[in-house]
Each structure stands twice: as C-alpha cells, then as structure tokens.
Design a protein around this ligand. Sequence first.
Ligand SMILES: [Zn+2]
Length: 148
Amino acid sequence: MSFAEQLKSQLNIVDVVSQYVRLKRSGAAHRFVGLCPFHSEKTPSFSVHSGNQFYYCFGCHATGDVFKFVQEMESLTFPEVLHTLAERNGIPVPQRQRPDDPEQQEKAAIFEMQEIAAQLFQDNLRGPCGAEARSYLQSRGVSKDSAD
Ligand SMILES: [Zn+2]
C-alpha cells in the first residue's frame, strides 16, 4: 500500500471537509451537505459522502476525494497535501532512503513521482469523475486490472 493510500484509509473526508465547511447530515445515509466552498451559493448543494469518501457539488460540479479537496482549498501540490494532512493528523510521513549516488537519487525520485501520478489517475478513474472514462474502457472490453 502506498503512503497516499495508507493516509487516505486513516482519514475521513467528512472530518477533513468539516474543517473548512459547516456540514449537516442529510436525509440519506453517509451523506452530508453544506455550502459549496468553490462557488457562491445560499442553499447547500455541496455534498460529501462518507461511504465512498468523495465530495460532489450539484451547483458547480466540483468533485474529488479528500486529497483533491485540500489541494483545491489550499492551492497545494499533491505531495504537499500528503504532508499537510499527515502532519495535521499526527500520522508519521515515511522517510525514504536516499542513496548517495545522484543517478540513483534521480531514479528514486522519478519512481516516486510515477507512483504519486498513478495513484492520482487511478483515484480519478475510480471516482465519480471517471464514470465516462470507465464506460469507454468497458465498451472497449478493457478489464479492471488492465485499466489500473
Ligand atoms: Zn459548487
């Protein structure tokens, strides 16, 4: 499990979003609503789902997971979001072993970057914003494993 996945499994999107948006439990199970922080509105159309750990705005269609939310709110890069959330929640960030050889260091950095990018793309594909892409892959007969 990557650090991003591990961190995500320890966070609840409802708690994180609540630090920015006043959320109320809605009638539906696992659903919380509040005023959207991404567009101006007077009636809440911003919805957070504690079951699938995604947010969605019925007004401006902003959507994503807990990382995307903090990324958008704080204008941070993905690695910065991981550090910020880990720090805020007292979760230790693993210190990667850095070899002395600069070539090895560069390789390690590239692998790390690929891992983070792959994670982000997979999350997008599996989330609500990936619905169209998923149905396209399905229509082409691409299996879930191959899509990953
Ligand atoms: Zn919105």
